[in-house]
Design a protein around this ligand. Structure first.
Ligand code: EPZ
Length: 430
């Protein structure tokens, strides 16, 4: 398994191009299942999560054309999907286990074909990750659902029908699945307490371009008037706010200056406000954000993760890495996932001073220096937090299990090397 070697201490200065958003791209790919016509998605990031989901669509019988698009600043993919007829309606365990977002095939296949079998993904390193909200909502729309041999077997032979649904939690995944299911349902569906993340707005834009009737974008009440059929469309995926936030923290932790090209500051209001409160200069331009921490007199800041537009859970680990080397104390509270402090013991191995209280809060007291060490993370964002700690630490850090990073950070070493990091991938046979 590949590793990443970092020699810490370099100040990062330069420009980083932010790729298309992984968490927007995954539901968009599954939305293409809703029509027989061609749907093209551009600005797609080059990531293993995208390849894994494409492999599942291939098994379902979807035709996929791939094009690599290079502009001066960046290389991305454009994928064109066409699902005229499905070869099968089963999302097998081997795919879902590798790629949880495979569960986005549930809503589209059920509403279009009236049947789907989806392996239940199970828990993962950050929490139990149940699917009850997805399944209860589909039942309210008339689906018959059975759990058998680890699979969700869902039927809606006469099609789904509109319903008034109130989500107990503003789940991103359930909002996407139910939105997609409702586009082809009979009648009107109303979702209350829907998630408002920018990735949902991106999905609504594609679905409406395909002929869906969805109102309420960016609000917690979505109204979907079902139509009998959707058509092809072309859509460019939004830029990745979590990748942008991660590199903004890289500028902060190295007291450097990075311009995040193709980043949208409107999607990062809470994290940018925290960085501003730390005396970091943030300049917002029409298509970039400049993060300048060279002269910042930083002190610890408390954060509490929350549903959008609150502080994103997907930046909690990275922010905590920053707090480990900033003078003062910071209270970090995780409100979305029940088990998202797995990076704490690894940061402590590098000399961080962190105390976990209960299961949702941690107090971080900044130390003068971290020291490099071999470390290992159990999920994508925690792995990036360890890369950040390595960039700030004295000496050599080896981050193991790089496959986590490859799931969600495109060309990580190249992007960091271009702004001055001493970082390299050590290739090792699996
Ligand atoms: C999405 O996961 C993201 N993944 C996650 O990013 C992100 O952390 C999360 O949203 C929150 O922002 C993708 O977009 C692929 P949820 P999702 O359903 O949709 C509970 C990353 O690092 N819940 O909004 O799975 C759940 O347990 C990943 O890129 C139920 O109780 O998250 C959690 O506590 C990690 N029942 C809360 O809701 C359900 O049926 C939010 O989960 C569904 C969710």
């Amino acid at each position: 398994m590949d590793k990443i070697k970092i020699i810490g201490g370099n100040q990062l200065i330069g420009k980083i191009f932010i790729s298309g958003a992984k968490n927007a791209a995954l539901p968009l790919i599954c939305a293409t299942l809703l029509t027989k016509e061609k749907v093209s998605l551009s600005n797609m990031p080059i990531l293993s999560d995208i390849t894994s989901l494409n492999a599942l669509l291939d098994v379902l019988g979807v035709q996929i054309e791939e094009k690599t698009v290079s502009s001066g600043k960046n290389t991305s993919k454009t994928y064109t999907y066409q699902s005229k007829n499905f070869k099968n309606l089963i999302a097998p365990y081997d795919f879902v286990r590798k790629m949880r977002a495979s569960y986005y095939v549930l809503g589209p296949l059920l509403t279009r074909e009236g049947h789907v079998e989806l392996s239940l993904p199970g828990g993962c390193a950050i929490g139990a990750r149940p699917m009850d909200i997805h399944l209860n909502s589909l039942e309210q729309m008339g689906a018959q659902i059975e759990i058998k041999n680890g699979y969700v077997i869902a039927d809606a032979k006469k099609g789904l029908k509109g319903a008034n649904i109130i989500f107990p939690k503003a789940s991103v995944g359930a909002t996407c699945n139910i939105l997609m299911a409702a586009t082809l349902a009979k009648g009107t569906t109303r979702i209350e307490n829907a998630a408002k993340e920018p990735e949902i707005g991106d999905l609504i834009d594609l679905l409406n371009a395909m002929g869906a009737h969805i109102e309420g974008r960016d609000t917690s009440v979505l109204t979907i008037e079902g139509v009998s059929k959707l058509k092809g469309a072309e859509h460019a995926v939004i830029s990745d706010r979590i990748e942008a936030g991660s590199y903004a923290i890289a500028a902060a932790i190295t007291k450097g200056k990075i311009e995040l090209l193709n980043a949208n500051p409107e999607h990062l209001l809470a994290p940018l406000n925290i960085l501003r409160a730390m005396d970091i200069k943030i300049t917002e331009k029409p298509e970039s954000i400049i993060v300048d921490a060279r002269n910042a007199d930083m002190t610890g800041q408390d954060i509490m993760t929350d549903y959008y537009p609150g502080f994103p859970t997907d930046l909690q680990a990275q922010f905590m890495a920053l707090m480990t080397v900033v003078p003062g104390a910071a209270l970090v509270t995780e409100n979305i996932w029940e088990n998202r402090f797995m990076h704490v013991p690894e940061l402590m191995r590098m000399g961080a001073n962190i105390n976990i209280h209960g299961y949702a809060s941690a107090i971080v007291r900044g130390v003068k220096k971290l020291s490099g060490a071999p470390v290992m993370a159990t999920d994508l964002r925690a792995s990036f937090a360890l890369v950040l700690a390595g960039l700030a630490a004295e000496g050599e850090t080896i981050v193991n299990r790089v496959y986590h990073l490859d799931r969600g950070y495109e060309k990580l070493e190249e992007k960091l090397k271009n702004v001055g990091a001493d970082i390299e991938r050590i290739k090792e046979p699996d």
